[in-house]
Write a new protein. Structure first.
Length: 475
């Protein structure tokens, strides 16, 4: 099918109204012959439509992508000597221009009648640019230290971001908001609704969404607002989300499939927050139920990102219905390969007893200890990621103090505590023959003042089979 200079060709067809189909059946240098069929009205007709008119209409639509057929008709009437069409051609011309612009590759959001029923004539289509829609809710999960938060930070960089961390005491009021006592300018105690992270992200995204769509633009990645939930499984999600759980079901356009009623206090607060947007939208706006606070509905530019340590997954198990509302992204244990990244080294300094400084490769240690964790626990959940210990990239050194206080503490208290501290990890190799195996005790790594013993940390690493860094095989 060969396109002409307007992006159209004989044979192209598309729906243009309820039960209506428009098909380009012929063309010449000046016009298109268009077959219009309407099943509900049992009507069929051929219309001749000027190519100059199509070009003018298409040019206007490119600059005002969300304009309706009626809007464009009113804007163009009397602006040129083009012979106007009889009443009823608006929808046909509009649909032909949408086809010419390839708008069929956009998500067409019919927001009229979304919250309240409206007659077909009042329908208004808003557009989200093609390729701009991806997963609205993602849980990024993996072992501790794999860089989950780092990945989320990279995606949200430069965008409005609202961040919270779930914990066992988190609930609906700390996530959404609640009435709390506050002091006014005179110091008197008053009770006001205090918005929390979710509702602040919700308001910011709707303000952005309404401003962009009403100006005739299309929502793109630049319009995104992010809600980031760290450690999502450390909180009781069913208790924290409450009825907001229903909003996580999104339709193809990104709006919540099942809007919910806001409670009276929240509705009153939202009504005040959206005063400017209501004025812009007008009284007949399909967004009015949201902008008055009566309905809660997630807009298509609100993206939710969450992180989850698999090592904590049993704290508050998520039910399957909640999990289904999210996409899940696994972050494996891997070694960074970015340019300018210094490889991590475990450094055990020399001491007064004559023990020399020793260095060990962090990645080599991870390979050995993670294999032992998998063999003992039969699970990857408790393994360590490359960023389990955070240190400055330059020089990228992990001190014995930090290794003992963070890594060994984790191994002793979270990983191997219920497995009787297996010999493969904790038994000292230099135990005399015939003697009972002696294991490293956690207290062995610290002196009387609680300072880490570099020499004992080095002994533990050598005992585990981690070679000195200068003995690493060349690659």
């Amino acid at each position: 099918m060969e396109m002409d200079y307007l992006g159209l060709a004989v044979g192209m067809k598309s729906e243009y109204s309820n039960n209506g189909i428009v098909t380009i059946v012929d063309q010449d240098d000046y016009s298109y012959q268009v077959l219009c069929e309407n099943e509900s009205k049992h009507s069929v007709g051929i219309r001749t439509i000027s190519k100059i008119l199509i070009a003018e209409w298409k040019n206007y639509l490119q600059q005002h992508i969300n304009a309706s057929a009626k809007d464009i008709h009113q804007a163009l009437v009397g602006q040129s000597d083009i012979d106007r069409f009889e009443y009823g051609n608006d929808a046909v011309v509009h649909k032909i221009c949408l086809m010419a612009l390839g708008i069929t590759s956009h998500s067409e959001v019919d927001v009229s009648g979304y919250f309240i029923r409206r007659p077909p004539a009042s329908k208004k289509m808003y557009h989200i640019a093609a390729g701009e829609i991806d997963s609205y809710q993602i849980v990024t999960y993996g072992a501790p230290g794999t860089g989950k938060s780092f990945q989320v930070k990279g995606e949200t960089k430069g965008k409005p971001t609202f961040r919270t961390t779930f914990h066992p005491d988190s609930d609906y009021s700390t996530f959404v908001g609640a009435y709390k006592p506050t002091k006014d300018d005179q110091g008197a105690i008053t009770y006001d609704f205090v918005a929390q992270t979710f509702i602040r992200a919700y308001v910011a995204s709707w303000k952005n969404c309404v401003a962009k769509l009403l100006s005739g633009g299309s929502l793109t990645k630049d319009d995104r607002v992010y809600l980031v939930i760290e450690e999502i499984n450390r909180g009781h999600c069913a208790q924290i989300f409450g009825d907001l759980f229903q909003l996580l079901d999104r339709n193809e356009a990104g709006f919540s499939d099942y809007p919910i009623d806001a409670d009276v206090d929240l509705a009153k607060w939202l009504d005040a927050q959206f005063a400017h947007e209501r004025e812009l939208a007008g009284e007949d706006s399909p967004f009015l139920p949201v902008l008055t606070g009566k309905k809660l509905c997630l807009p298509p530019n609100l993206y939710i990102r969450a992180t989850m340590n698999t090592s904590d997954q049993s704290l508050f198990p998520m039910d399957s219905a909640f999990k289904r509302r999210w996409d899940w992204k696994y972050v494996p244990i891997s070694k960074p390969d970015e340019t300018g990244f210094n490889e991590r080294k475990i450094v055990c300094k020399s001491d007064d007893a004559g023990n020399p400084e020793k260095k060990f490769d962090w990645w080599t240690f991870l390979g050995i200890i993670n294999e032992a964790i998998l063999k003992t626990t039969k699970s990857e959940d408790k393994q360590l990621g490359y960023f389990f210990v955070k240190v400055p990239n330059d020089p990228g050194e992990i001190s014995a103090e930090k290794f003992a206080g963070k890594v060994l503490f984790y191994l002793y208290n979270d990983v191997f505590k219920d497995y009787n501290y297996p010999d493969a990890v904790f038994a000292k190799k230099n135990t005399p023959a015939g003697s009972a195996k002696v294991k490293f005790a956690f207290k062995d790594f610290f002196d009387a003042k609680g300072k880490a013993k570099d020499a004992v940390v080095a002994e533990f690493l050598l005992n585990l089979g981690v070679p000195l860094d200068d003995q690493q095989p060349s690659v």
